[in-house]
Write a protein that binds this ligand. Structure first.
Ligand SMILES: *Cc1c(COP(=O)(O)O)cnc(C)c1O
Length: 390
């Protein structure tokens, strides 16, 4: 391992083949061969043996992606999954069982909310929600059967930030597994393990791929925790495809420069919109008026690539804004080199009541921009001309 994560993201590589290729090879194979019956028997006898058997269990291309992610997050080990949701579901299924309780931030990704409220109760796992802006209320939610605490920081789409170190201390004291979805920040911006989280997971679909091509997920943490996750994934099958792992490993080579540029563009846009007459509120972790600005500065190296703002005029104005955009894409993704706009109240969160939306910080005119890597003036000009039509 090198001294600098920027170098690890580029130079960690599976052993070169006899072709001495420079770029990393893609091992697109479902299984691996043995030289003898004895070798084959040994591979199956010990599931901790470092030998490839079948790509549902392990694959050199997938392992390369995992090794890079573990190095970037400062973790001992990791597992990769087919999607971010597979990473989240596998984590819940591995560490929670009948009669257990999980405490989660209420502002979590939509499908995570669905797992917590619709599926976990079917298996006798109960949950409690806390508000990201009231971390002092978490302690009172802890019960004797609380096994896990789960959150995203920054949260989606509210961009709330929580003090990871503070929550980690509370979890350690109460022997609760602390899991952080680090999807919005990426390890280039924030490493939750450094502040005491036990497991960090990602939807690699977002900034890790960074170009809107493939789905993927990853969980990293201590070796003994990851081994339990590995056994779950190996036996139940939400494994990452080697092809997607190859794309993701190549993507990591540019993660740091991409995140720098995403954040640079995002900050410029946030500052420009702050005093716009059609905008009532701009939220970005590195704007001084963000409620958790000091915490963001402490645990993040930049403010990330997502900006939210409130257009005056509610739901109607939000729709008009989206319809008036000329370059920025209307699509259900984020973390792409192409800028993306979404209006949660009329799309991703339209099934919630107005009250439920408010509880997770989604106001009627809230626009979320995943700021891309285009020239910042072109992104800004598209936003400004669309605001004129609201
Ligand atoms: C997209 C996303 C997920 C789910 O990831 P998929 O790869 O779409 O399954 C989970 N958490 C956050 C914060 C996300 O943005």
């Amino acid at each position: 391992m090198s001294k600098h994560p920027e170098t690890d993201a580029i130079r960690i590589q599976t052993a070169r083949t006899e072709q001495k290729e420079h770029s990393t090879p893609l091992f697109l194979t479902s299984s691996f061969t043995y030289d003898s019956a004895g070798d084959m028997a040994a591979a199956f006898a010990d599931d901790s043996l470092d030998v490839n058997i079948y790509s549902r269990f392990s694959n050199p291309t997938v392992d390369e992606f995992i090794s890079k992610m573990a190095a970037l997050e400062g973790a001992e080990d990791g597992i990769a999954t087919s999607t971010g949701m597979a990473a989240i579901f596998s984590t819940f299924m591995t560490f929670l069982g009948k009669g257990d309780h999980i405490i989660s931030a209420s502002a979590v990704f939509g499908s995570t909310h669905t797992i917590l409220t619709k599926y976990l109760p079917k298996w006798g796992i109960e949950h409690s929600y806390f508000n990201m802006n009231q971390p002092e209320t978490i302690a009172a939610l802890i019960k004797p059967n609380t096994k896990m605490l789960y959150l995203e920081t920054p949260s989606n789409p509210g961009l709330d930030i929580i003090n990871i170190e503070l929550v980690a201390t509370l979890c350690k004291k109460n022997k609760i597994l602390f899991v952080v979805d680090n999807c919005f920040a990426t390890p280039a911006v924030q490493q939750p393990l450094k502040y005491g989280a036990d497991l960090v997971l990602h939807s690699a679909t977002k900034f890790i791929d960074g170009q809107g091509r493939v789905l993927g997920g990853v969980v990293v943490g201590k070796k003994e925790l990851i081994h339990l996750l590995y056994l779950f994934v190996r036996n139940t099958g939400p494994s990452l495809s080697p092809f997607n792992a190859w794309i993701l490993s190549k993507s990591l080579e540019t993660l740091f420069i991409r995140m720098d540029k995403h954040a640079d563009n995002a900050l410029k846009i946030a500052e420009r919109l702050q005093h716009h007459p059609k905008v009532s509120q701009v939220k970005y972790p590195f704007l001084e008026d963000h409620p958790q600005y000091e915490i963001a500065k402490k645990q993040m190296s930049n403010g990330g690539g997502i900006v939210t703002f409130e257009v005056k005029g509610g739901i109607d104005s939000g729709r008009k804004f989206l319809n008036a955009l000329q370059m920025i894409s209307m699509t259900n993704n984020l973390g792409d080199s192409r800028s993306i706009a979404s209006h949660p109240a009329s799309t991703t969160h339209s099934k919630l009541t107005e009250e439920e939306r408010k509880a997770v910080g989604i106001t009627p005119g809230l626009i979320r921009i995943s700021v891309g890597l285009e020239h910042v003036e072109d992104i800004l000009n598209d936003i400004l001309q669309a605001l004129e039509k609201c």
